[in-house]
Unconditional design. Structure first.
Length: 291
């Protein structure tokens, strides 16, 4: 069993970006600037947004955090999006989801300028992805692709089983894994809550990607010997062993599944840091007008 080290891979990507920033500065250019909009006080969301700001600081990107109250109206969020669209200083931005219930997420996503949409959630970017036109790819699936690529994991001709069909994770990763490219060229099966005999299917996976949102859902009996397992799930579970009072766990029962795997991502230190690295990479791409 080998750990797929998302934290380390993300660090090497951040190191590369740091060098690019130094080069841009040396040439008198404008450093990339990422903004994040956070609405409300969800603890986990605050942690992720803070991690993004910290990562920007580490590599020399500019960063802006716009924190709006839980009661913010949809019109106010849309006005904030418009301001960021129009601000030449901002190369890319994200609006953290989930949003409070009075705000229509789809409306907000569609208001973001596609070439500032570093989350890759806008219909124009998802449409281009589907057609194989170079564009800003959704950050978590892109992070998984980078993780596979940078760790030399062969995907061509492999059976990749994805559990979960969300617009932000499961559906786009199934598209990217099946397309003609490297990584890619896998034979993909996309599973969801209506899938019958799920374990029968997951046991056929050479590469199993799990994005369900249920802690410890995947057990050892669902995984083939020698598989590669990528765990997207992230959950805070209460723990008296940590200062914060919680521990992070994935959708996979790591302790029992890991011994069967050739490669497996840990939680924390797996897909999460790669998502952040991809956001930064996307911001670099938009700032240099490379997409
Ligand atoms: N590490 C990171 O960077 C990120 C982590 N996450 C985490 O990943 C997880 C998934 O996120 P997300 O994709 O947004 O989740 P969603 O809740 O949007 O989607 C979950 C998917 O899982 C499917 N599902 C639920 N229960 C079952 C079941 N019993 N059997 C089979 N399929 C099932 C659902 O099926 P159906 O469509 O039929 O309802 C749905 O397609 C969460 O834990 C989230 O926190 C998310 C984004 C980034
Ligand atoms: N518009 C939008 N874009 C997102 O990309 C987005 C979002 N909304 N909403 C929530 C999910 C979740 N997400 C994570 C990012 C980083 C870690 C991450 O870095 N996790 C660390 C641990 C961090 C910690 O200590 O909590 C790890 O797994 O090692 C996790 C989860 C992005 N999301």
């Amino acid at each position: 069993m080998q750990l797929l080290d998302g934290k380390g891979t993300a660090q090497s990507i951040k190191d590369e970006l740091k060098e690019k920033v130094a080069q841009i500065k040396a040439e008198g250019g404008k450093v990339p600037h990422l903004a994040a909009v956070l609405v409300g006080n969800d603890g986990a969301s605050q942690t992720y947004v803070n991690a993004k700001v910290k990562a920007c600081e580490q590599i020399g990107f500019g960063s802006t955090l716009i924190h709006l109250s839980e009661e913010t109206s949809e019109a106010e969020v849309l006005a904030t999006v418009q301001k960021l669209n129009d601000d030449p200083e901002i190369d890319g931005f994200i609006v953290q989801v989930p949003l409070p219930k009075q705000i229509d997420e789809q409306k907000v996503v569609e208001a973001i300028l596609p070439n500032k949409d570093v989350d890759g959630f806008h219909p124009v970017n998802l449409g281009k992805m589907l057609l194989g036109i170079p564009t800003l790819l959704p950050a978590t699936p892109k992070g998984m692709m980078l993780l596979l690529e940078r760790n030399g994991i062969e995907t061509s001709g492999k059976h990749c089983v994805v559990i979960g069909r969300s617009n932000t994770v499961g559906t786009p990763i199934s598209v990217l894994m099946s397309r003609n490219g490297n990584p890619g060229n896998a034979t993909v099966t996309l599973c969801h809550s209506r899938t019958k005999n799920l374990a029968e299917i997951t046991k056929q996976a050479d590469i199993l990607i799990v994005a369900i949102g249920k802690e410890g859902f995947v057990s050892a009996d669902m995984v083939k010997e020698g598989a590669t397992v990528i765990d997207v799930g992230i959950h805070r579970v209460p723990s008296d062993q940590t200062k914060s009072g919680f521990k992070l766990k994935g959708d996979v029962k790591f302790d029992e599944v890991a011994p069967k795997c050739e490669f497996i991502t840990p939680v924390p230190g797996g897909v999460g840091p790669m998502t952040i690295a991809s956001l930064l990479w996307n911001t670099y791409l938009t700032s240099q007008k490379l997409v």
